[in-house]
Design a protein around this ligand. Structure first.
Ligand code: TXA
Ligand code: MG
Length: 318
């Protein structure tokens, strides 16, 4: 079973051997391996049970490191990284040969970001390679926002979980591509569209769910609990016994459900708090033995609320 701790030198040693360590970031925990080592990258896919058509994000701690394996940043990418790095922003850049096709699923671009979490920044600083890291959950399941979440699901498959406490942002990074220099948001996340548009002007948003994902991995059904889950609007009015139904609400309980079966994202209607609580709340409902079905309500479609609703839509998608 994996140990949980804050030993950066131990994490470094495991990674240098080509093995995996779960790392904290401000968004969600990542399952990290040496991005320059194909065997380590292959272990990531295997451990998560992730299909190899779904490319990984590479994490760096400096622009010097970045230029080793990517071509130059377009002007708007420079503006965005100046503003939001370190932080929950991922950009797609043309890759150099040092990055294997396994990392990028054969694409010419590589996804990169500079995470903000202090422990992981210190780890990256001590390593002489960047870290490829998808979210540290089995493929398709709810993302982990604490070391304990990682331990519950991947604890028997990895040696070490670097414990950085609870993730402050709680939803994954926003992904922006620059094909033909045109910025396009491929995944809504921890940096809102409004914040991005303040820096570089209007952007196209193309994160819509479909069975033919525009970016590999943007699959319609994702972030899903094991239990049955549905949106409140799809709750059949004919159902009259709601005693084994759980409810995930935004700001207040819904009196039709038992109070102890409910999780509220933010009583004060704060979207940052709601994002931070999202995955942990879904997970708690999924693990509550008194519930067989989870009912969710959406949050206001603005700022971080758009990323939250995106996750909720995917969690309820068939
Ligand atoms: O906040 C985050 O981004 C977290 C933390 C650990 O950094 N990571 C994360 O990784 O969410 P993951 O693997 O769960 O999601 C990465 C997404 C996938 O949907 C993948 O399809 C997309 O990034 N992606 C990666 N490289 C891409 C590329 N070259 N083109 C298009 N999409 C790409
Ligand atoms: Mg993920």
């Amino acid at each position: 079973m994996a140990n949980i701790g804050v030993d950066i030198e131990l994490a470094k040693a495991i990674l240098e051997q080509g093995n995996l360590v779960a790392i904290p970031t401000e968004t969600v925990y990542g399952l990290a391996g040496n991005a320059f080592n194909v065997d380590a990258v292959a272990k990531i896919f295997k451990t998560k049970n992730r299909p190899t058509f779904d490319p990984l994000i590479v994490h760096v701690d400096s622009f010097d490191r970045l230029s080793e394996f990517t071509e130059e940043l377009p002007e708007k990418a420079i503006q965005l990284t100046k503003m939001f790095w370190p932080g929950p922003l991922t950009i797609l850049l043309k890759k150099k040969a040092l990055i294997s096709d396994l990392v990028t699923a054969g694409l010419e671009t590589v996804a990169v970001r500079m995470p903000r979490h202090e422990l992981t920044r210190e780890l990256l600083k001590r390593l002489d390679f960047p870290l490829a890291a998808p979210s540290a959950n089995p493929f398709g399941y709810i993302s982990p926002t604490s070391a304990q979440h990682v331990h519950q699901q991947l604890g028997d498959k990895i040696e070490y979980i670097l414990d950085g406490g609870e993730c402050g942002v709680g939803v994954e990074s926003t992904i922006v591509s620059f094909e033909n220099k045109l910025p396009k948001v491929l995944r809504l996340g921890g940096i809102s569209i409004e914040e991005i548009e303040e820096v570089i002007g209007k952007v196209e948003v193309n994160s819509h769910s479909s069975s033919q994902p525009q970016a590999p991995g943007m699959l319609k059904s994702h972030y899903a609990p094991k239990k049955k889950i549905l949106a409140i609007d799809d709750l059949d009015s004919e159902v009259n016994d709601l005693s084994a139904f759980g409810f995930l609400g935004f700001n207040k309980p819904d009196l039709r459900f038992k109070l102890e079966n409910q999780m509220i994202l933010s009583e004060s209607e704060n979207l940052s708090d709601a994002a931070k609580n999202l995955f942990g709340s879904l997970r708690a409902l999924d693990q509550n033995p008194n519930i067989h079905t989870i009912v969710i309500s959406f949050v206001p479609e603005m700022g971080l609320g758009r990323a939250i609703n995106d996750r909720l839509r995917r969690a309820t998608a068939k």
